[in-house]
Write a protein that binds this ligand. Structure first.
Ligand SMILES: *[C@@H]1O[C@H](CO)[C@@H](O)[C@H](O)[C@H]1NC(C)=O
Ligand SMILES: *[C@@H]1O[C@H](CO)[C@@H](O)[C@H](O)[C@H]1NC(C)=O
Ligand SMILES: *[C@@H]1O[C@H](CO)[C@@H](O)[C@H](O)[C@H]1NC(C)=O
Ligand SMILES: *[C@@H]1O[C@H](CO)[C@@H](O)[C@H](O)[C@H]1NC(C)=O
Ligand SMILES: CC(=O)N[C@H]1CO[C@H](CO)[C@@H](O)[C@@H]1O
Length: 389
């Protein structure tokens, strides 16, 4: 409870809604201050909803709600199996959403090209997801930092801060849980990437709130105990515009310059001194197939590639980080194979997710690391199978 009070106090402070000293918060429970705190938080969460969705809670008895509570504090994060969502912010990007944002984006390919999820961030957390792939860029709707998937602007009035507040608020209710956030600057949005935007981002991370809610350790992933109740940064961007003297890092830096585009086997050293390596599979575009290869061939190639990586994660380098993207984008085949078809099939041919469910169940008890999924919810039991519960 005190933690919630101080979180909201900081929220109020940032919102500049009140001149009352934050230290007075909580001392007059039931008074006007509490009403004001609730109103401020509601305003932030409402603005964040296009990306955050709504927190409808979860039953503490469910297997996914607070699943990390069962793991001991000393468990290393790199030893855990963590379900994640690729392009998590796209969950509400329908034709209607795209239509309503055409005045920002101009005409762009169909919404299904960009959409990778159908459950929101808060819903995903309640359903056991613990890693988010978030792509930020300048938000033309609001002169802030917003969320994009390539040319698709996802929410013109939602800011990065709004979304972080929502995650902090969820963590306050689930203090046993640890959430990893991969942030990268989304390219191809047609928006400016400049010093002003990066200073804004830098300031978000230097705020008192961030210091409280992000794991501050730099260059390594520690234990679950250290990460509980907090966000851990997987930094997929570079501080190009921030002077090195100001460089106060946290989390781990997965340098985009060494992240091979469409790579099946990426080895990325994120801590030279301690020989810490991330093994990443991010083969999303089935460039080895002819454009009209069809769903079955696309799914099979993606599944094989993902499983080859997962298999290695079960056998080698037990103390290193493994990240496998089970997600894949469309190729330009006729008929088009979209991320959704790749993930869950076309009604006749099963998708990567159905095939992976069997694989995870057959390898229960093994370590495979972080698994980034598209449309995870469409295959019941998949998140549980990734976690291994
Ligand atoms: C989802 O998109 C629809 C259509 O654009 C919109 O009406 C709705 O408000 C969006 N949901 C949220 C939570 O923003
Ligand atoms: C954080 O880690 C990076 C990479 O290991 C290192 O270059 C940098 O000096 C560290 N920064 C701080 C503030 O410790
Ligand atoms: C996928 O793996 C299976 C089993 O090893 C193999 O029979 C098949 O040829 C592979 N397909 C592709 C497209 O790599
Ligand atoms: C699996 O590990 C072996 C041995 O290190 C390596 O040669 C191979 O390239 C790896 N394959 C994948 C898909 O990661
Ligand atoms: C600078 C700017 O455009 N600010 C706007 C951001 O969005 C909120 C809510 O939609 C508006 O009230 C601000 O004016």
């Amino acid at each position: 409870m005190p933690r919630v009070a101080s979180f909201v106090a900081l929220a109020l402070f940032l919102l500049e809604c009140t001149t009352a000293a934050p230290s007075s918060v909580g001392q007059n429970a039931g008074g006007g201050q509490v009403v004001l705190e609730k109103a401020a938080l509601t305003e932030i969460l409402t603005r964040g909803a296009p990306i955050l969705g709504y927190d409808e809670g979860c039953s503490k008895q469910s297997k996914t709600c607070d699943w990390m509570a069962k793991f001991p504090d000393e468990t290393k994060l790199v030893h855990m199996n963590l379900p994640g969502t690729h392009d998590a912010s796209t969950w509400n990007y329908s034709d209607a959403t795209q239509q309503s944002l055409l005045h920002y984006t101009g005409p762009i390919p169909s919404a299904e090209t960009y959409r990778c999820q159908e459950h929101s961030l808060l819903q995903s957390l309640n359903e056991g997801v613990r890693v988010f792939d978030l792509r930020y860029a300048y938000n033309p709707g609001n002169d802030t930092i917003g969320f994009h998937h390539s040319k698709a602007l996802l929410a013109p009035h939602t800011t990065l801060e709004d979304v972080l507040f929502g995650l902090y608020s969820w963590l306050d209710k689930h203090p046993t849980e640890a959430v990893l956030v991969s942030l990268n600057h989304e390219s191809g949005t047609g928006t400016p990437y400049d010093a002003a935007l990066q200073e804004h981002l830098y300031n978000v991370f230097q705020s008192d709130l961030a210091k409280k809610y992000w794991v501050q350790t730099n260059g390594t992933l520690g234990t679950l105990g250290e990460a509980r109740g907090k966000l851990t940064l997987l930094q997929r961007f570079t501080w190009d515009f921030i002077p090195a003297t100001m460089d106060k890092r946290m989390g781990i830096w997965l340098d985009a310059a060494h992240w091979t585009d469409n790579g099946k086997i990426i080895e990325l050293v994120y801590n030279q001194a301690q020989h810490q390596v991330a093994y990443i599979e991010d083969y999303y575009y089935m460039n080895l197939l002819p454009t009209n290869a069809g769903t079955a061939a696309n799914v099979e190639l993606k599944y094989n590639t993902t499983v080859a990586h997962l298999q290695n994660a079960t056998m080698y380098n037990p103390d290193q980080l493994y990240i496998s993207f089970a997600s894949a984008s469309h190729n330009d085949a006729v008929p088009q194979v979209s991320p959704k078809v790749m993930a869950i099939g076309d009604g006749t041919v099963p998708g990567v997710n159905q095939k992976l469910l069997s694989w995870f169940q057959a390898h229960k008890g093994k370590r495979w690391g972080i698994v980034m999924l598209d449309f995870y919810d469409a295959v019941p039991g998949l998140v549980e199978a990734v976690i291994g519960v």
